[in-house]
Structures are given as C-alpha cells and as structure tokens.
Design a protein around this ligand. Structure first.
Ligand code: BES
Ligand code: ZN
Ligand code: ZN
Length: 478
C-alpha cells in the first residue's frame, strides 16, 4: 500500500504535481523559461493537463479554473481523475515517490488527487508469475496544517477500499465462505472490531432457512459473520447496522447461469466486502459510532441436494418462501440477515448486495440503485454522501403495487417477480423481513467492471466502502 505523508514543500527536481489557475502562477514552480514558454503554448492550445518530462522525473501541471465552479462532488471527482492520469505516467516510469501540491482556491485538492493516484495504481497480480509490480511507494501530500489528520483518514479509507477490491477479485477456490470469514476475522482484530463467526451448526440451530437452502448444493458450509464496533463515546444510542450479501460464487444453482459472464460471479460477495471494509474503516478512523455488520456467506451451486425451483423454504423469521428460481439466492440469504438485525433495534439498516441484473441493466456501472423505508432525512444524507464520493445513488420507486408481483399461491411469497422491475421486486422481497428504517443498495452494476474507468481498475471496484465511511462521518458531525 502506498504511504501518504504530509509535506509542505516540494523537492526540486523530483516528481511533483502543481495546480494553478493562471499562467502568472507558473513562476512559483521552479520551471525554466523554456518550460514556462512550453506550458503557455499548451494552454493556448486549450490543454489543461500538461506534462513535463525531465527524464529523471516528471512535472505535472493542472489548470483548475473550470474545476472550482463545479458542485463539490463533481469537483472532487475531477481531481480524482487527474490523479488517475498521473498514476499512468508514474506506473510507466516506475517512479517510487511523488509530491502533490494543493492550491489556495482548494486546499484539499491534493487529497483527492492522491486518492485518484492510489486507487488507479491498484493491481491484482498475485497470480502472475511475472509480477511487474507498481513501484510507487510514497505520496507526499501538501495540505493545510489543520488538514494533516485528513491524510491519515484518507490512508485508512484507501486501505479499506483496496481490501474490498482484493476480496472481490479473489476467485472462489481461494476465497470460499470459510476462508472469507477467517480473513474478515483477522482483519477485524487489526481494526479493533469484535467478530463472531457462526458455523453451520449454529446457523442450523438458529434455523436460518434461507442461508441453509442456498448452501445445500455446496460442499463448503455457510458462515454468518457478526462484526461489532462499539466505542465508549458513541453518538448513537441505537446502532447503525450494515448487511452485506456474501455469495462467494453464484453459479445460479440448478437455475444455472450461462457460461458467458459466469466468471464475473466471483464478485457476488462485493456487498459483504463493502460492509466489512466499511466497518473497519469506521473503527480505524475512531468515529464515535456504534456499528454492527452482518455477513451471511455461501456459494450457490447445483450440487446433489441443491435447493430446487418449486421448493418451499422456512426462513429464520418463520415466514415461508416458494423458490421459483435458485439464481435469486441473494435475497434468500439477506432475508435471514435482515430478520436477525431486528435484535439490535437498529436506528437504520443499510444492506449492500450485487442483487439483480435488472439494477445493472437500468443504470449500468454509473451509480448505485437504492430503495427503502428510511426517513427522508436519512435518504438525503446518504445521497449527499454518495455525491461527495461519487458513488451516486439513484432511488427507485418502491410503491406497494410491486409487492403483488411476489405473491405466491402456496407460500407467504415467492422469490422472483415477473419480467418487469426486477430490482424493485427483489427490494420488495427484502422489505418483508424488516421492521426498522432501512435502505437497500443494489450494487450489481458498479461492483465489478470489465474495463478500467479513471481511478477504478478493471474487476472489483470496492464500491460502497467510501459511501459507508462518508455517511458515517456525516452522522458523527451532526
Ligand atoms: N448475483 C446475481 C445478480 C448479478 C447480476 C450480480 C449481474 C452482478 C452482475 C443474482 O444472484 C441473480 O442472479 N439475480 C437474478 C435474479 C432473477 C433470477 C430474478 C438476475 O438478476 O437475473
Ligand atoms: Zn443469482
Ligand atoms: Zn447472486
């Protein structure tokens, strides 16, 4: 992991990023007369991002005039994208260190650029024999002195986003439900979060029928992981509860998925990765907030006694579900976790899940589909947090009419709706298991991407971690 440290002054003749509004400021950066002339020429050609290659190092110049007029969320995203561009040059030249300056009109700009550099520099190459690792080790960040602690906060955030990406990118043979739970447990220890992993026996005695049904086709037992962070000075009396879908691999089960695209289904625990990394980020940042995270985990396979279309399942809370498609397994395991969450009398529950292809089809990877029963105040806070970290929320309608689509003739509900509104009927299914303010985040679109996009690398994106942390920060500053 790249180390971020505070550094007020740039080192001459080393990699550096300078932000400026107008060419008058160029004289502050120890550029030669020829370099200044070059930059001015580029500016006339309407280039705003200018690279000076000095052979032993690069100078990166970014004109920020049209950034600063943007709303805060877009402005930050522009700086992250600058960071991603810089990262490509750093990687190509095997640079180990870079200094990133801020600008009087935005003293935090260097933080967002650093964020972009680190996230764009991420590699998942542990299975390559010829590793070609990134050389980048250190970023020196210029910030206002009062913002020094924000560098540390950013470091924590980035570590946790990377943890989530690593988990999502890990194939199932290296990360089954048991291994996943063990890794969560060991990371929890480091983060000062308490962790209890329920094994199959315990899950059976709790009668978590949804999780057990999905697990029936698997040789690996399920796990149910409970994480809790309860600082002495918590601001909230009732906890914030996070729930994450931990399907470590989704073959579809007997309702088998086609081969094309099935490879990406190692990402089906991205919700679990986001909530685990999210609570670790909150704890490591020492936010005064009582938080619980619940992670039901299993793979979904068409094994010998796999659950079947036509089956009826008794869920943890006693309700019954007619299974009409074993590929709608996420809601089965989440339902049990959501019912389990009632015992905490939560202030609010947020669930994260790669739940439906319908959500991905509706808005692509550009945002997160959400819906739920939380107060308008909570929804607004979540949406604001989403804008700031550019994990933008799109709230779907959640009218009662959609519940009729999951009515079953023989059980309390069925596990699929009809051909329309698939993301919403999945949400309506989950709603049957809650009795508290709740928001559901369907991250099927943004969790795993097929091509890099600025600072998001191909594969797992770690979506959700930054949203959870930002929302938690806002709850604390209320
Ligand atoms: N894990 C999938 C959803 C998914 C799709 C995640 C694409 C990431 C990318 C989920 O378990 C699933 O298979 N959902 C079905 C539900 C259907 C059978 C009602 C779907 O969306 O097709
Ligand atoms: Zn599925
Ligand atoms: Zn799934």
């Amino acid at each position: 992991m790249v180390k971020l440290t505070y550094s007020e002054k740039f080192k001459p003749n080393k990699n550096a990023v300078f932000l400026f509004s107008n060419s008058g400021e160029l004289s502050n950066f120890l550029l030669s007369a020829e370099e200044i002339a070059y930059v001015e020429k580029k500016l006339k050609e309407d280039e705003k991002f200018i690279l000076i290659n000095r052979l032993s190092h690069h100078i990166f110049l970014q004109q920020i005039e049209d950034f600063e007029s943007k709303p805060e969320g877009l402005k930050r995203e522009k700086y992250r994208a600058v960071g991603a561009k810089i990262s490509h040059t750093l990687t190509a030249h095997h640079y180990e260190e870079i200094w990133i300056g801020n600008h009087p009109s935005n003293l935090a700009a260097s933080l967002y650029i650093s964020e972009g550099v680190v996230l764009a520099s991420y590699q998942f190459n542990k299975y390559k024999s010829d590793k070609k690792n990134n050389a980048l080790k250190s970023i020196l960040v210029q910030t206002e002195k009062t913002k020094k602690n924000e560098i540390e906060a950013l470091q924590i955030q980035l570590e946790e986003v990377i943890r989530a990406r690593n988990w999502v990118n890990e194939p199932v043979s290296h990360l089954d439900a048991i291994v996943f739970a063990k890794q969560i447990q060991s990371a929890a220890k480091d983060a000062g979060v308490s962790c209890e992993v329920l094994n199959k026996k315990q899950i059976e005695s709790l009668k978590m029928g949804g999780l057990l049904a999905v697990n029936k086709g698997s040789k690996t037992p399920p796990t149910f992981t409970i994480l809790e962070y309860k600082p002495a000075k918590a601001k909230n009396k009732k906890p914030l509860v996070l729930v994450g879908k931990g399907v470590v691999y989704d073959t579809g089960g007997l309702s088998l998925k086609p081969t094309a695209g099935m490879d990406t289904m190692k990402c089906d625990m991205a919700g679990a990765a986001a909530v685990a990394a999210g609570i670790f980020a909150i704890a490591k940042s020492k936010l005064p907030l009582h938080v619980v995270a619940l992670i039901p985990a299993t793979d979904n396979r068409p094994g010998e006694i796999a659950y079947t279309p036509g089956d009826v399942i008794h869920m943890f809370d006693g309700q019954t579900v007619e299974v009409l498609n074993t590929d709608a397994e996420g809601r089965m395991i989440l339902a049990d976790a959501l019912s389990y969450a009632k015992k905490y009398e939560p202030e609010i529950v947020l669930d994260f899940a790669t739940l439906t292809g319908a959500a991905a089809a509706a808005i692509g990877a550009y945002g997160i589909v959400c819906m739920g029963t939380a107060s308008e105040e909570s929804k607004t806070a979540l949406k604001n947090a989403g804008e700031l970290v550019h994990e933008r929320l799109v709230e779907f309608p959640f009218w009662d009419d959609y519940s009729t689509l999951i009515k079953s003739d023989i059980a309390d509900m069925k596990n699929i709706g009809g051909p329309v509104a698939g993301a919403i009927t999945a949400g309506k299914f989950l709603e049957k298991f809650i009795d508290y303010p709740w928001m559901h985040f369907d991250i099927a679109g943004p969790a795993f991407i097929s091509a890099a996009e600025t600072y998001k690398t191909k594969g797992g994106t770690g979506v959700g971690v930054r949203l959870i942390l930002e929302y938690a920060k806002q709850l604390c500053s209320k």
